[in-house]
Design a protein around this ligand. Sequence first.
Ligand SMILES: Nc1ncnc2c1ncn2[C@@H]1O[C@H](COP(=O)(O)OP(=O)(O)OP(=O)(O)O)[C@@H](O)[C@H]1O
Length: 344
Amino acid sequence: MITLKGIKKTYENKAGRFEALKEVNLAIQKGEIFGFVGYSGAGKSTLLRLINGLEHPTEGTVELDDKVLSELDKKAIRKERQSIGMIFQHFNLLWSRTVLENVMFPLEIAKVSKTERNRKANELIQLVGLAGKENSYPAQLSGGEKQRVGIARALANDPKVLLSDEATSALDPQTTDEVLDLLERINRELDVTIILITHEMEVVRKICHRVAVMDSGVIVEAGSVLDVFRHPEHPVTRRFVKQDREMDTKETKEALKELQTLYPDGDIVQLLFQGGSVNVPIITQVSRETGVDINIIQGSMQSTYEVPMGTLVIQLLGSREKRQRALELFKTYPIEVEVLGHDE
Ligand SMILES: Nc1ncnc2c1ncn2[C@@H]1O[C@H](COP(=O)(O)OP(=O)(O)OP(=O)(O)O)[C@@H](O)[C@H]1O
């Protein structure tokens, strides 16, 4: 549905030339929730501006369905841009207009009749869960509510694609989850393709189907969210995944050090479970069959679009031989096993 072919974007100003995008090739399918993740300056916003036709690539093409955006005249681009909705980190609402008037605004621009504008805007306000707030002003709303207005407004022209530029970055964790749930429902029920850019891997894990990791103007890794989380290859991806698993937090490191002092003869092992493997009583089976004692240090569950993922950090206690057998036995189950520390 959206094809990026050989995209390069170079900015030139007094300070010189800057290659914001170096070579981007990608195809995003209709109905997908596709995430771009990367640190500040990676080129995510630049890419989004090319996809919505605000800017054109220096080289390469952006195709929306079968149309090459940069080959269209201004009028045709305006028309295409109506099929792309956009939501922003700081909502970009009109502060002197009510919720209803904000949602009606793109319909006014599209010269839709007043009756139809009213009908459509009210329908969208219902959809995003803001019924009763039609006459409120943005300043009277919470961050989550403001973003819901942004989403309703972005959907006013029945877009095929919704672009989200860090739309949850200014929200607290619970409100983030609520907005992500809403985006997922919009994708499912209205069949809107969603492209989101974020620096939060958690957002990608929760709702995206596929992800591209960006660094210094290139895509360094792309694939299904589950694959990328299971086998992050590039160092930048590893950093994002690790951040999300909270395995490099100070507390965990301190806890590991403390446990290694307390149980100098033990192995500290991290198990990563996915989907069905969570149903098997693996810990009990391994302990019973090998005679090792198992301490559970830390456990967490994370949801993804496909299946839940669980992380368990355990300590194996017993003779070296028994622990070795236990590790081998763990590896026969459909889980990932990583030894984080041992007594040698
Ligand atoms: N109009 C411009 N002129 C010159 N340089 C630009 C311009 N727009 C972006 N850049 C540069 O291109 C690089 C990529 O910027 P971009 O905003 O796409 O990154 P990003 O991944 O979205 O990061 P952030 O989350 O901080 O916005 C940055 O180094 C930025 O300074």
